[in-house]
Design a protein around this ligand. Sequence first.
Ligand SMILES: NC(=O)c1ccc[n+]([C@@H]2O[C@H](COP(=O)([O-])OP(=O)(O)OC[C@H]3O[C@@H](n4cnc5c(N)ncnc54)[C@H](O)[C@@H]3O)[C@@H](O)[C@H]2O)c1
Length: 260
Amino acid sequence: MNLAILGCGNIGGTIGRAIQKPGGKICVVAVYDIDEKKARRLAAQITPAPRVCKNVEELLKNGDADLVLEAASQEAVALYGKKIVESGKALMVMSVGAFTDDALLKDLRKAAEKKKVKIYVPSGAVAGIDGVKSASLGGLKKVTLTTRKNPKNLDVSVEEETVLYEGSARGGIKKYPKNVNVAATLSLAGIGLDKTVLRIIADPKTDKNTHEIVVEGVFGRFSVVMNNLPSPENPKTSYLAILSAMATLKRLSDPLEIGT
Ligand SMILES: NC(=O)c1ccc[n+]([C@@H]2O[C@H](COP(=O)([O-])OP(=O)(O)OC[C@H]3O[C@@H](n4cnc5c(N)ncnc54)[C@H](O)[C@@H]3O)[C@@H](O)[C@H]2O)c1
């Protein structure tokens, strides 16, 4: 599989450096970042070096990439998502908060259907998305996500444990757009952004990103607690989110697929 990377920061950089192995199945062929220095730096760390592109059009030309990994921003999904899909390439979206824009999601789905390409959203920083997808087919009654982080990872300053938000996932994502990719992914897999309940807690005593998911439905009930360590390069991103994208890429390039 030939991969193009849009956004060469923490996630794009870590994946770009780790995914291409000598004799392996995945090859990074092109990189682009709005900050060209970052794209150049990443390209220099990959052997053989991918093309460094000046814009998304360059990233898509040559026809060498099969899949574009978006690891940039919600804005980048809105600006370039359709262009990528219409070029006939698959798209993997990390800035999944962008899909709280219902019109954008509908538009991208339509374009992907027309071009017969797929849009992938990795599970991200949580386990249990497979269970939510299965359970939703039988009927879900309630899905709750409680996210607990150190205040500095939520861009707030509080002295003691504080519930910053409690309400629909849609509302929470609007208030904390950089921190709630998990809420967006969970909502898309389950009962949607308006029915999924989100609680965001700032806790000065924790150095972990903790997510607790409780799902109730016709199938029964399950709960998952994640105690994620931050990625070494960016304390705001759980390391598991990066590993999850790599696992999706591996799944796509492997003949055996395990799990829902
Ligand atoms: N799905 C998940 O589980 C999950 C987890 C963590 C982060 N994220 C999201 O993934 C995205 C990347 O995260 P990160 O930690 O790598 O961030 P980062 O800030 O380290 O890197 C983002 C890079 O994208 C570049 N960029 C931003 N907007 C761009 C644009 N319009 N065009 C081209 N380049 C652009 C920036 O210059 C930067 O180098 C963010 O939107 C973040 O919210 C998703």
